[in-house]
Design a protein around this ligand. Structure first.
Ligand code: UD1
Ligand code: CA
Length: 480
C-alpha cells in the first residue's frame, strides 16, 4: 500500500508522450543528454531535494522501456516511484488525471500532500527551482504556478493576466493563441504545485475544446482563477533551466547547455580544461584537481580521472579509471578499463573492455587490448594486439606482436584462449603466440617467431625457418 506523509510532497512526472517532433521511435524521455535519459535528470533533482517524496511517473508510449530503464537504475532504487499507465495520450491534463485517479492519487489525496507536477522533457531544471516550488503553500493557495519571461516564447503556453501585470487569468497554448496573445513573453513551463483536492476536482471537469482536442493541464489555471482561488506565482529568471526538449535540435541545445554546466563545475574544481567549448564530460564523470584535459576529449559514464593525469586531444573514455599522473595521448579510445598510475597510453591506442594497464606501463600507438592485463613497467610500444592475455611486469613486447586467441574452435565451452606472458619476458618484434600458451618468466622470443608451444622460464625460443642465402641467384632471376 502506498503511504505518503503529510510533510513529504508528492511528485508527478509527465512522461507518456511519444514526442512526435523527435521523429524517433525511442520514447522522448529516454533520449539522452550528458549520458543519461532526460527523465533521469529530473528524477535526480527530485531525489536530491525531496528524497522521501512519493513519485508517480505517467507512462504510455514505450512504457515497458521507460519503466525498465528507471527500475534498472541503482541510483533511484531508494526512491518511492510508482508508474501510472496513460493508455491513450490525450493531453497533459488527461495524464495528470490518470495519476490522480490511480491508487497513487488516492493515497496522495488521503495524505493531503501537495502535488508537484514536472514534465519529463525539462532536463535542465535546477535544484533551486525544485526547492522553491516545494516551499509550503500559503494558507489560501490552491496552486503555485511557475512562469518565466522568455525573449522568444515560441511554442510555449502564454500567461494571460488581467491587464498587463494583474493577476493570472489563464494559460493559452501557442496553437490556440491569437496574434496578440502570441506576443506575450511570459510563459508557462508545465511546472506546478497543486493542492491535491483542488487538482483532482478541477481535472475531472476539464474540457478538450481546443485546437488540439486535448485535455490541457494548463487549463487548471483558468479553473482556479474562475473559482476565485489563490494562485501563487513563482517567476523564474534563469531561462535556461526551463529549456524544453521537443525535437532533436532542442535536444542538442539542452545537451550543450548541460555540458557547459558540467565542464564549468569540473574546471572550477581545479582541472585545466584547454577548450571548454570542445570538451564533453558526462555529469557522472569524476575528475580530480590537477588533471589536464585537451580539446576534443569525451569523458563518459563512470569514468574517473585522478590528479595529475593528462587527457590528450580527441581521447574518448567511457567507464575508464585513469590513475594519478597517467598520460593518455591523442586519439586513444578506451572503454571499461583501468589505467594505472604514471602509465602512458597512445597515441591512437584502443583499450576494449576489461583491460588493465599497470603502473608506469607503456601502451603505444596502434595497440589494441581486449581483456588484457598488462603488468607494471611493461612496454607494448607499437602496432600490437593483445586479447585474453595476461602479461607480467617488466615485459618488453616488440613491434607488431599478436596474440592469436581465436582458432575457430570451442574448447571447454570457450571460444577464446588465454595467453600468459610472465614477468621480464622479452618478445622480439613481429611475433605471434597461438593460444592457449604460456611464455615463462624471463624467456626470450626471437623476432619473427610464431609460438605454438609453451616456452619455459629463461629459455630462448626461435620458431621460424633458418635463413638461406643463395649467392648470385638474384642476378640470374633479374636476367630472365
Ligand atoms: C506543455 C504546456 C505548455 C508549456 C510547455 C512547457 C500543456 C497543454 N502545454 O506544452 O503550456 O509551455 O509544456 O514545456 O500542458 N504528456 C503526457 N501525456 C500526454 C501528453 C503529454 O504524459 O497525453 C507528457 C509528455 O510526455 C511531456 C509532457 O507531458 O513530457 C509535456 O508534453 P508536451 O507535448 O511536450 O507539451 P508542450 O507542447 O511542450
Ligand atoms: Ca514539451
Amino acid at each position: 500500500m502506498l503511504k505518503t506523509k503529510a510533510s513529504s510532497p508528492a511528485v508527478l512526472i509527465l512522461a507518456a508522450g511519444l514526442g512526435k517532433r523527435m521523429r524517433s521511435p525511442l520514447p522522448k524521455v529516454l533520449h539522452e543528454i550528458g549520458g543519461s535519459p532526460l527523465l533521469f535528470h529530473i528524477l535526480r533533482k527530485v531525489r536530491d531535494v525531496a528524497p522521501d517524496s512519493s513519485v508517480a511517473v505517467v507512462v504510455g508510449y514505450g512504457r515497458e522501456q521507460v519503466e525498465a530503464r528507471v527500475r534498472g537504475a541503482e541510483e533511484f532504487s531508494r526512491m518511492k516511484i510508482s508508474f501510472v499507465h496513460q493508455t491513450e495520450q490525450r493531453g497533459t491534463g488527461h495524464a495528470a488525471r490518470c495519476a490522480m485517479d490511480s491508487p497513487w492519487g488516492e493515497a496522495v489525496l488521503k495524505a493531503k500532500s501537495p502535488v508537484l507536477v514536472l514534465p519529463g522533457d525539462l532536463p535542465l531544471l535546477s535544484q533551486e527551482l525544485v526547492t522553491q516550488m516545494l516551499a509550503p503553500f500559503g494558507r489560501t493557495d490552491a496552486m503555485r504556478l511557475l512562469t518565466c519571461a522568455l525573449p522568444d516564447p515560441t511554442g510555449y503556453g502564454r500567461i494571460v493576466r488581467r491587464g498587463t501585470s494583474g493577476p493570472v487569468l489563464r494559460i493559452v497554448e501557442e496553437k490556440d493563441a491569437t496574434e496578440r496573445e502570441k506576443e506575450l513573453r511570459e510563459v508557462a513551463a508545465s511546472i506546478y504545485l497543486f493542492q491535491a483536492a483542488f487538482m483532482r476536482y478541477a481535472l475531472q471537469r476539464l474540457k478538450n475544446k481546443n485546437a488540439q482536442g486535448e485535455y490541457y493541464l494548463t487549463d487548471l489555471v483558468a479553473a482556479a482563477a474562475g473559482a476565485k482561488k489563490r494562485i501563487d506565482v513563482l517567476k523564474w529568471k534563469p531561462a535556461d533551466d526551463l529549456r524544453g526538449v521537443n525535437d532533436p535540435w532542442e535536444l542538442a541545445l539542452a545537451g550543450r547547455l548541460l555540458n557547459e554546466r558540467t565542464v564549468r563545475r569540473v574546471s572550477l574544481g581545479g582541472v585545466k580544461i584547454i577548450d571548454p567549448s570542445n570538451t564533453w564530460i558526462d555529469g557522472t564523470v569524476r575528475v580530480e584537481e590537477g588533471a589536464v584535459i585537451h580539446p576534443g576529449a569525451i569523458l563518459a559514464g563512470a569514468t574517473v580521472v585522478a590528479a595529475g593525469a593528462v587527457i590528450g586531444p580527441r581521447v574518448v573514455l567511457k567507464d575508464v579509471t585513469v590513475g594519478k599522473d597517467a598520460t593518455i595521448k591523442t586519439g586513444t579510445v578506451a572503454e571499461a578499463s583501468v589505467i594505472g598510475e604514471k602509465a602512458q597510453v597512445g597515441p591512437y591506442a584502443h583499450l576494449r573492455p576489461e583491460s588493465l594497464v599497470g603502473e608506469a606501463a607503456k601502451i603505444g600507438n596502434f595497440v589494441e587490448l581486449k581483456k588484457a592485463r598488462i603488468g607494471a613497467h611493461t612496454s607494448v610500444a607499437h602496432l600490437s594486439y593483445l586479447g585474453d592475455a595476461e602479461v607480467g611486469r617488466d615485459v618488453n613486447i616488440g613491434c607488431g606482436f599478436v596474440t592469436c586467441n581465436f582458432d575457430g574452435r570451442i574448447i571447454d565451452g570457450k571460444r577464446k584462449h588465454r595467453t600468459i606472458i610472465e614477468d621480464e619476458v622479452f618478445m622480439g618484434s613481429d611475433c605471434q603466440t597461438v593460444a592457449p600458451v604460456r611464455v615463462g618468466r624471463g624467456a626470450y622470443v626471437a623476432s619473427g617467431s610464431t609460438i605454438t608451444e609453451d616456452v619455459e622460464s629463461e629459455a630462448l625460443a626461435i620458431a621460424r625457418c633458418r635463413q638461406v642465402n643463395k649467392p648470385g641467384v638474384a642476378r640470374r632471376l633479374r636476367g630472365k
